[in-house]
Design a protein. Structure first.
Lengths: 336, 361
């Protein structure tokens, strides 16, 4: 039973840690499927994390914070779109610039706004996303009612009830949004006209142009969706997973999301599994430092590096080849 | 468009745009940009101490800038300078710690070789995957930065940390491998200059590297092939140049240059290997190479500018309430305007010059 409870707890934190990865990964999916490489996911998440926490701290409303985070992320998306669509610049260089811009600006603004060494005040009450308790799930309310601790109640419950209460219930609403975005993204990409055009513009923009559909418009739309999703991811980090913004709080998650996107070969359902896998690695690394497997000790650094190593292996094509959208990275020049 | 406009005018206009926006950022956080510039100039260039730091940073950025520039000539974007420099540091630390050197000059030669070897090896895998398997080099080098950080963390915590030490760092290097600093080289009996500043003999190695890279790119057969491949892959193949060979060789040179940076920061300054010894210099190399238009002389100038920004930024953080991150913002704006938004400046200028030529006719 002890092992089972530990397992459930690790899986629970897997879901929490996968959520920002999944949102950022789907964000990258829209952008890259439309032919715009985006290595600036990290920067957009960071920018949103700061502005959502700052506005939530200033107004006391987490929803206003979320909106501010999305807006901040959208501005960076607009910049990326301007550089890579309108001015046909190098999309990778633009992404690098956006990451640095966010890393610098967030600390600069945080320092002049709050004077707390580049962080926002801690969020509490309405400034944070609360966890949504499902009906009949064991939660803090039951504990108060019965006068026993939650873990005590858990140990008495049956397996299904534990999984229901611990694993499915009790997450912030953004977690459910993230996982619902997976079927939604699948439906949009594969079952709507917009999705078909979006995928086409990433493979062969000239054909889309010939059909009389605006390449520029489609690509800007994709970049904007990417901005919104990165905004939600950042807001989740600062107002749900943690209570406030700290310097560099994304800690490479944007790049892990990028790795997951390649791992999933740019497909929504696979993206979810890849993000869950990488989230599990993070959860395990967080809970156990060095893992002892019958004499062989796996150092924690291996868990840290594993998402990147797996991605390189996938990219190398040793385990099924990852082929990116064909027109990815190329600016489209209309013939005159 | 005349060549001078391409080489001088466009970078200058981009730089000015970045400067104007940076000034606006300083204004927006409630500080005075003019005062900030004065503080930066006096802090970075007002004393030999300030110059000592400025040149020290510039040395780092010359190596990483050259690394990015060489890869750019083959149209490869090497974001992995950070990881390659970290591994170079590992090579330097091994040479300095595990071998007994009679004199620093011998140790310096060995450390140069080791840092180049380690840096090049770390670039070799992404290079091979790009050349042979078509894996995008930008993604693989990003991944290799993270893998390098985890690997270095493991080496410092579990292997190279002296017994009884809590600090994830190697032991201090022995006295015999300490490099001469500018203070010991240029001070006279009555006048001490560069007191306490970390700039050291590596600065001259960096200058030498600029000359060597220039000669390599514009005066050798290999350099010609690299540039040809960068201009047109199909053209290069038609001329009998092997894309696989050029990709791998260019990346090996690039990785070796990034690795060389470790001579400056590990052997010259810290005199031991610490976590995060590179401090983002690998990424600044991108800004330096873009601003310097991938030409070694441009890289030298851009590296000096960023050295000034870094030392000036440190002084700002010390004397005014502007965090060091201002430099990261300036760096981002430089990359944005000289790299990604290049066409924003170029297109109107091209129109202008075209109009002028038509009128002259």
């Amino acid at each position: 039973m002890d092992f089972f409870v530990t397992l459930i707890q690790v899986l629970d934190s897997t879901i929490r840690l996968s959520t920002p990865l999944l949102l950022a990964c789907l964000a990258g999916l829209y952008s890259e499927r439309a032919g715009i490489f985006d290595i600036g996911l990290e920067g957009k998440m960071l920018m949103s994390a700061f502005f959502s926490a700052a506005v939530a701290a200033a107004t006391g409303s987490v929803w206003l914070g979320l909106l501010a985070g999305i807006a901040a992320s959208l501005i960076l998306s607009g910049l990326h779109g301007m550089a890579s669509i309108t001015f046909r610049g190098n999309q990778l260089i633009s992404g690098v610039a956006i990451n640095f811009l966010a890393a610098g600006l967030t600390v600069l603004v945080a320092q002049s706004w709050f004077q707390q060494g580049g962080r926002t005040p801690s969020l509490f009450g309405g400034g944070r996303f609360e966890s949504a308790e499902f009906p009949y799930a064991i939660g803090p309310e039951d504990a108060e009612l019965t006068g026993r601790s939650v873990s005590d109640l858990m140990s008495d419950a049956n397996v299904v009830h534990i999984v229901y209460s611990e694993l499915l219930s009790g997450h912030s609403i953004l977690v459910y949004v993230a996982f619902l975005m997976v079927p939604a993204t699948w439906w949009i990409l594969y079952r709507t006209r917009f999705g078909l055009r979006l995928r086409a513009v990433g493979e062969n923009p000239a054909a889309v142009d010939t059909a009389g559909v605006s390449v520029v418009g489609l690509r800007y739309a994709a970049v904007a969706i990417c901005g919104v999703l990165c905004g939600i991811a950042g807001a989740y980090l600062a107002t749900a997973l943690q209570a406030g913004f700290v310097k560099d709080m994304t800690a490479g998650r944007g790049f892990i999301a990028l790795a997951a996107l390649i791992f999933a070969k740019w497909r929504p359902w696979h993206a979810m599994w890849a993000c869950l896998l990488f989230g599990l690695l993070q959860a395990v690394a967080l809970r156990f430092q060095n893992i002892d497997l019958g004499g062989v000790v796996i150092p924690v650094q291996v868990m840290d590096a594993l998402p990147y190593i797996l991605t390189v292996v996938i990219l190398a094509g040793f385990v099924g080849k990852a082929i990116p959208p064909q027109a990815g990275g190329d600016p489209y020049i209309k013939e005159r | 468009m005349p060549k001078w406009a391409d080489v001088v005018l466009i970078p200058l206009i981009s730089l000015m745009l970045a400067a104007i926006l940076s000034a606006l950022v300083i204004l927006a956080i409630g500080e005075n940009p003019v005062e900030a510039v004065k503080l930066m100039v006096s802090g970075a260039l007002g004393s030999t101490y300030g110059w000592g730091y400025t040149l020290y940073y510039a040395t780092n950025f010359m190596f990483t800038g050259l690394a990015v520039a060489v890869a750019f000539h083959a149209r490869l974007f090497n974001i992995g300078g950070e990881g390659q420099a970290m591994l170079g540091g590992l090579g330097v630390a091994m040479v300095c710690l595990y071998v007994d050197w009679p004199h620093w000059s011998v140790a310096l030669l060995a450390a140069c070789a080791a840092s180049m070897l380690f840096g090049a090896l770390w670039a070799a895998i992404p290079a091979y995957l790009q050349a042979k398997r078509g894996s995008h080099i930008v993604i693989t080098t990003i991944m290799f930065n993270f893998i390098a950080a985890a690997f270095l963390n493991y080496m410092l915590v579990n292997v190279m940390r002296p017994q009884g030490s809590q600090d994830p760092a190697t032991a201090r290097f022995p006295e015999s491998v300490h490099l001469p600093t500018f203070q010991s080289m240029f001070s006279t009996a009555e006048n001490t200059v560069f007191r306490g500043a970390p700039v050291n003999i590596t600065f001259f190695i960096a200058l030498l590297a600029c000359v060597v890279v220039w000669a390599l790119i514009w005066r050798t057969r290999l350099g010609y092939e690299i540039r040809a491949y960068g201009h047109s892959e199909t053209g290069a193949v038609y001329a009998g140049i092997s894309p696989v060979r050029i990709t791998i060789v260019a990346m090996l040179i690039s990785g070796a240059l990034a690795g060389l940076m470790a001579i400056n920061n590990v052997m010259g300054e810290a005199e031991r290997l610490v976590l995060n010894s590179t401090e983002g210099a690998g990424f600044i190399g991108i800004a330096v190479a873009l601003m310097g238009r991938s030409h070694p002389f441009g890289v030298l100038l851009a590296a000096l500018l960023f050295g000034f920004l870094y030392q000036g930024g440190a002084e700002l953080a010390l004397w005014a309430s502007i965090p060091r991150e201002l430099i990261v913002v300036i760096q981002a704006l430089v990359i944005l305007f000289t790299g990604a938004l290049d066409n924003m400046v170029r297109m109107p200028l091209e129109k202008l010059f075209l109009g002028m030529r038509k009128r002259a006719e």
